[in-house]
Design a protein around this ligand. Sequence first.
Ligand code: GUN
Ligand code: ZN
Length: 431
Amino acid sequence: MATIITGQVLSFVRSPIDATPEDATKIHEALLIEDGIIAAIGPLADLRAQAPDAQIADHSGQLILAGFVDAHVHYPQTAIIASWGKRLIDWLNTYTFPEEMRFADPAYAAQIAARYLDLTTQAGTTTVCSYCTIHPESVDAFFAEAQTRGQRVIAGKTCMDRNAPEGLRDTAQTAHDQSAALIARWQGVDRLGYAITPRFSPTSTPEQLEALGALWSEHPDCLMQTHLSEQTDEIAWVKELYPDARDYLDTYEAHGLLGENGLFGHAIHLEPREIDRLHETGAAVVHCPTSNTFIGSGLFDMGGLVAKGIRVGLATDTGGGSSFSMLRTMASAYEVGQLNGTVLHPSQLLWLATAGSAQALKLGGRIGNLAPGMEADVIAIDLASTPAIAQRSARADDLWEAVFPTIMMGDDRAIAQVWIAGQPVFDAKTG
Ligand code: GUN
Ligand code: ZN
């Protein structure tokens, strides 16, 4: 079945990080989807002529965008989002680890996986890269739920063999073997991809990092995701645990865990050598602004890192982050940029939440943009979803001024419709 979506169809022709908004973007009248793929984009009359039987989804006036791509989340933390009063290490011990213990129960894992994907779909997010728990069942539950929904997701078993409670620890060997079995079961199946996932250096022994580095060298197509330099206390602890390491990044690098398919969450308090090595190896970093302010981690240096040529993705970091919404996350990225000397344009924020995150996940050729041949994960955004937003966007002189109030004040109420692989999966009118 073919579908034509009409509206203000936003497509990126290059990155607005390195080009003006005018040079980086194009607005089209309509989009044609056939067999889950974007078949064409352009004037409505042309697309009607190309596909006379197509169903028309009329979103005139709304922004039609690629579905949001959330490059760093913890789906198991769904039920403990917005937990009060702790910084990183205490937050992990008080709220996160007790909740992650519950994922030994496959039924609970399945329930939260479905809840998480419902909440994020309604917020316009069509792809996520998620940490699971140490339980392989938590990975199976997440992939199975995403597979049923036809969603492109990346996920991995979170490996920890120290500084975590009994019941939430594996070993170097079991982390390797269980991750290998999960790769064999899920990597490249339908739209699913596997990320080798050491949680972070404090909860892995050097032996575990070594075992996962060896696994990555056997499966270089997999992503490798972990955390890097989120809080100063954490960095001091890493120095104690790894006295021979040159810096935090070196704890990964020394064990084969740095490369172009590497994804480093947070990356706030970096040293010059770390920045150089991230750039030289082509690794990506992921900015998680609502988390960084909520847990009190610090201000990510967007301007400095993109100027170095480092790939940057954007993410909620649910549930250290305080929202499931990439709109809320863009607002937070804007605010962190303001505090840190980088003013992000609406086109740059939208790019980070779609194409930028997709590129960080090495999926830039498939998702994160609207262009012929791309997978048809698409959202329609209402640019007047609340009275406060409507009265501001009514004053707008151009598209960017019309979009910015939704970026700053919008939430899931702005998401009018969502398509995954061309199938309508959410419609605000019908729920
Ligand atoms: N560092 C290690 N684990 C976590 C986690 O679950 N959330 C955040 N924000 N940081 C981490
Ligand atoms: Zn995280």
